[in-house]
Design a binder for this molecule. Structure first.
Ligand SMILES: [Zn+2]
Ligand SMILES: [Zn+2]
Length: 557
């Protein structure tokens, strides 16, 4: 008899570790590869033109023949947002829980995916799926969007448990969440690898139940005799359901304002997640004829997004609706890092108008959607996995989760802090890092971040591993304030400060010479890219993607 190698698995990190967003990992078991999640991230402020970031998927392209499935844990953008891009490059069946399934279907409308059922599969939470050699189980978890799941992979080399995004407690919508102890007891063997959500690993304590929000919201609505505006993330259907319940209980009717909100609420209604509110939800036109104290508006814009309904309302009327002195605005969400300033400005403007703004600092109208320190520790203690990998988070979150795992009894050498490109092999010999796979980020430009249909794919620029260099040219040729300036920004492009300074000087010189010689602004792009390219070649520096951004302050839109 031929002696076969003992089975091993490889965990390949494609994104989401050491960064916020872009969650994607692949698992190789024998000849089969499955991917868990395909998320997007948002670019830092200093990348003009870039709308979203997605992981580089060269590894998946190279291994397409062995690629069996993309498994989706839930419908947040940091878990599904890269799918249209991914699918434009590699065709592979997608398995997603119901709410995410419908979101994905909308994203790729028009794509052949929708026409051929084998590509997009709606899973039943709690069921098992045999994918190649791997048995896959989707189990229910509680999180801030409906139908959130964790995934168990039963492989020949053992059980991999991936928590997805989760918190403790009962979901506001749909299936009850898994009982970790019961899950532990029914598993056929010890968990080999536990991959757990690190998003809030730096926050002490236990996560709060979502149910506590409702009475606080009711209290606000009861005391208000004017219009109530309610804003949260459009995917937080459970929270929206709470707002509708409070509206109904207090004799109010509600209209939904904002495309992303309406789309997601429609999916939720189709899935039966908002039944009982047929008479509560009305059109904006109907709402206009109601007295203020009988109406509620559920709107987009809790993050101060430029084109959201709330931002439009701060500027004036939207669809005949006005937010004015005495009205009440409930902001039922936390602020995504990076949006603090925008939100503060919005609140300031509304307060000046005389709007009463209630955010989470003023009342318990929001609770976090991820597990906190004590929840995370409890989970590790229950499973006592052989290996532990903190996932979903920046380094500080992963490192904090490492300490939690140590406290929960996992030995340091069995905890792996991984990052994009890393390949961890688990075999009978234990765990070891293998040579990395190509990885990096892909920057997608587009008119908006709702891009995401196949037409945008034309705009995709693959950056590979060398990062992005953005050169912004400020060109003001008016006689009075003549200005020619260059700004250089880098992402993932690891050049020294000296090199960056040289690039800046070089581009400044090129800009001045070009303008002095009357070169058309339209030609500056290619000229700059060419010149910077020459400099990099001369210095023997690997070329990043170069983006040129021309700012002309006198040009009116
Ligand atoms: Zn999530
Ligand atoms: Zn997430």
């Amino acid at each position: 008899m031929i002696k076969l190698d003992s089975p091993s698995i490889k965990i390949v990190i494609l994104g989401g570790l050491g960064e916020f967003g872009c969650n994607m990992m692949a698992i190789e078991s024998g000849e089969d590869i499955v991917v868990i999640d395909a998320g997007l991230g948002f670019p830092p402020e200093n990348t003009p033109g870039v709308e979203i970031i997605v992981p580089n998927i060269s590894y998946l392209k190279e291994n397409q023949k062995r690629l069996r499935a993309i498994l989706i844990t839930h419908g947040h953008e940091d878990h599904i947002g890269a799918l249209p891009y991914l699918f434009s490059q590699v065709q592979v069946p997608i398995y997603a829980p119901p709410f995410a399934y419908h979101l994905i279907k909308q994203k790729i409308k028009g794509n052949f995916l929708v026409k051929d059922k084998k590509w997009l599969n709606k899973i039943i939470i709690g069921d098992y799926y045999q994918i190649g050699d791997i048995k896959v189980e989707f189990f229910p978890v509680n999180h801030s969007t409906p139908d959130s799941t964790g995934i168990i992979l039963y492989t020949k080399a053992g059980i991999i448990l991936h928590t997805g995004d989760f918190k403790r407690g009962k979901p506001l919508i749909g299936t009850n969440s898994i009982n970790w102890k019961m899950l532990y007891e029914r598993l056929p063997s010890r968990v080999r690898v536990l991959c757990s959500d690190s998003t809030y690993s730096i926050v002490s304590g236990n996560s709060e139940p979502d149910q506590i929000v409702e009475p606080h919201l009711a209290d606000i609505v009861k005391k208000t005799r004017t219009k109530v505006f309610f804003s949260t993330f459009s995917s937080s259907i459970g929270r929206i359901k709470q707002a509708l319940k409070v509206a109904k209980d207090h004799g109010r009717q509600a209209a939904i304002l904002g495309d992303s909100m309406s789309k997601k609420i429609n999916i939720a209604r189709k899935l039966g997640y908002l039944s009982g509110f047929e008479n509560t939800v009305i059109s904006v036109d109907k709402l206009k004829s109601l007295p203020s104290h009988k109406s509620m508006l559920i709107v987009t814009g809790s993050q101060g997004e430029k084109n959201s309904v709330l931002m439009r309302l701060t500027r004036g009327k939207f669809k005949g609706i006005e937010i004015s002195s005495g009205d009440c605005l409930v902001l039922s969400s936390s602020i995504v890092p990076g949006n603090e300033l925008k939100v503060a400005e919005m609140i300031q403007k509304l307060s000046v108008k005389g709007v009463k703004v209630i955010d989470q600092t003023k009342a318990k109208i929001h609770v976090r959607g991820h597990a906190l320190k004590d929840d995370l520790k409890e989970l590790i203690k229950i499973f006592q996995p052989e290996f532990f990998i903190p996932i979903h988070g920046q380094y500080e979150h992963l490192l904090e989760h490492l300490l939690i795992a140590k406290e929960a009894g996992i030995s340091r050498e069995n905890i792996w802090i991984l990052e994009r490109g890393n390949v961890l092999q688990i075999s009978s010999k234990g765990s070891e890092l293998m040579s990395p796979v190509p990885s990096g980020l892909v920057y997608l430009t587009g008119s908006a971040r709702h891009i995401i249909d196949s037409s945008v794919i034309d705009n995709i620029i693959d950056v590979g591993g060398n990062g992005v260099l953005t050169i912004s040219l400020l060109i003001n040729l008016s006689n009075k304030n003549r200005e020619l300036k260059c700004f250089v920004d880098q992402i993932e492009f690891t050049a020294s400060q000296d090199v960056l300074k040289n690039i800046k000087d070089y581009t400044q010189e090129t800009l001045e010479t070009a303008v002095a010689h009357g070169i058309k602004l339209g030609r500056l792009d290619s000229l700059m890219i060419q010149r910077v390219g020459q400099y990099l070649t001369m210095k023997n520096i690997p070329h990043p993607m170069i983006r040129i951004n021309i700012i002309n302050p006198n040009k009116t839109k």
